[in-house]
Design a binder for this molecule. Structure first.
Ligand SMILES: Cc1cc2nc3c(=O)[nH]c(=O)nc-3n(C[C@H](O)[C@H](O)[C@H](O)COP(=O)(O)OP(=O)(O)OC[C@H]3O[C@@H](n4cnc5c(N)ncnc54)[C@H](O)[C@@H]3O)c2cc1C
Length: 437
């Protein structure tokens, strides 16, 4: 077992960071990436500027390897776009001789299991390698024997549907050509699709806000563009966030800008609106939803942009024994730390190998996927997760246990009821440590 490599699934920021830590610790590894390039998901929104500056976006082991190769780190305080993250950090990192030979692009993991043991079999399970089934280019299927697996596949490729209740609305699939799941490049590649059109944005997170801000800039050049914003929240002000109190000013600025747009009536807001159906009518769409207990129709829609979050894909993990929170679909040990029903502070108690264990020994889900359906995952959280896990897999238990994580708070720190999270909850000490510590 010791001589076998460790498999990393997904070469996003967190999978690449895992590779860097394994390289620094001189542990053999292979990293499989489904896309044609690393950071495939981030590139799909490459035009968007992130809100955390470079200082939070670079993993420590990756920096160590890059600097040894003569790489110059970007300015710590600058805010890169997704594409700049790719060009200035992920691409040079993936090209390092310590990583590149072990990276397989266009290689999608189809299944993972224990060698000769299906999920039902317990005896000797811990001492048996994992088998990873991979689809390489030209439909070549290969099996790899590995001693541990780090699943860093994110959630971006499994977007939530727009139908209320998490189930696709009737008509959603039939009209899929008019629904964009993600953040289109409204001012660039996708301008033709949205200019002078009636566009509905669904969702209430930072992605939705980014989308609306770009649509508003499009509207300046093409005034017949109409922007509708559909949210499930009780009131639109709930999405304004910490604004000036946000420790990441760029994240706070999103809330300030969107509030301004709403106040100036540049966007038509429908909230709380539960989408029930999408109906096609004379080449356009009508969005039918429930608002205050009554059915309401939004007719004359050309395009829908869905920013309703995403969910993990467990389909290739059917043979792995997992422990997943029933509501969040996160690693179960961290659910209470990140549950958006309880708090929204943007911080999370430091956690590492111990909290991310699953019943199948030496199998870990990390990165955005470790949060399941919960939002607000930051790359920096994933970097600390994989530092701790790689330390454990290398036998350095002291380093594995010493988890340190300081995340910038959102400045919201509130319960659903709007009470400051430190003031009143069932287990105040837990939430205080999570939100306000
Ligand atoms: C608009 C936007 C702005 C953001 N801004 C910030 C910010 O300012 N700061 C911050 O810290 N975070 C930010 N985030 C969040 C950040 O992008 C994510 O937390 C981060 O990308 C998660 O990294 P990951 O490696 O876990 O997953 P991902 O980046 O999703 O990478 C997963 C990788 O796995 C690959 N993959 C998937 N399935 C398979 C498979 N079966 N086999 C092989 N490979 C597979 C994918 O192709 C992908 O390359 C932002 C996100 C968005 C959408």
């Amino acid at each position: 077992m010791k001589s076998l490599p460790i498999a990393i699934i997904g070469a996003g920021p967190v999978g690449l960071a895992a590779a860097a830590h394994l390289a620094v610790r001189k542990q053999p590894f292979v990293i499989f990436e489904a896309g044609a390039t690393v950071a495939h998901n981030i590139l799909s929104w490459g035009h968007v500027r992130v809100f955390s500056p470079w200082q939070y976006n670079i993993d420590k082991a990756a920096r160590q390897l890059l600097e040894a190769s003569g790489w110059q780190a970007p300015e710590a305080e600058d805010l890169p776009t997704g594409r700049e993250l790719y060009e200035q950090y992920f691409l040079p990192l993936a090209a390092l001789p310590a990583i590149q030979p072990f990276l397989f692009l266009e290689s999608k993991v189809l299944a993972i299991g224990r060698k000769h043991l299906d999920k039902l079999k317990t005896k000797d399970r811990e001492n048996v390698p994992f088998m990873v089934q991979v689809a390489h280019p030209h439909q070549q299927i290969k099996h790899y024997e590995v001693r541990a697996v780090i699943d860093a596949t994110g959630t971006w490729q499994s977007p939530n549907p727009i139908g209320s209740g998490g189930i696709a609305a009737p008509g959603e699939a039939a009209h899929h050509k008019h629904v964009f799941y993600g953040i289109p490049d409204i001012l660039g590649e996708h301008q033709e699709r949205y200019k002078n059109k009636s566009v509905v944005v669904v969702g209430s997170g930072h992605s939705a806000i980014n989308t609306i801000l770009e649509l508003d800039r499009l509207k300046e050049a093409f005034p017949d563009t109409t922007i509708h914003w559909v949210l499930r929240k009780k009131h639109v002000s709930e999405v304004y966030g910490g604004q000036e109190n946000d420790a990441l000013p760029a994240r706070g600025a999103l809330g300030i800008k969107i509030e301004q747009l709403v106040e100036e009536d540049r966007v038509n807001v429908y909230t709380p609106f539960q989408i029930q159906q999408i109906v096609g009518q004379e080449g356009r769409l009508t969005l039918v939803g429930e608002q205050y207990g009554e059915l309401r129709a939004l007719p004359g829609i050309d395009e829908i942009i869905s920013n309703t979050g995403s969910r993990p894909d467990f389909s290739f993990l059917r043979e792995v024994r997992l422990s997943v929170d029933p509501a969040l679909e996160s690693a179960s040990e961290i659910a209470e730390l990140i549950d958006p029903n309880i708090h929204s502070c943007g911080t999370v108690r430091p956690h590492g190998e111990k909290e991310l264990r699953h019943p199948d020994k030496d199998f870990y889900i990390v990165g955005a996927k470790s949060y399941g359906r919960a939002p607000t995952f930051l790359m920096a959280t994933g970097y600390e997760q994989v530092r701790s896990i790689v330390a454990a897999l290398s036998g350095d238990w002291e380093a594995a246990r010493q988890v340190e994580l300081e995340l910038p708070e959102t400045g919201v720190c509130s319960l659903d009821a709007g009470v400051a999270c430190c003031e009143s909850v069932a287990e105040p000490e837990k939430v205080a440590a999570t939100c306000c510590g």
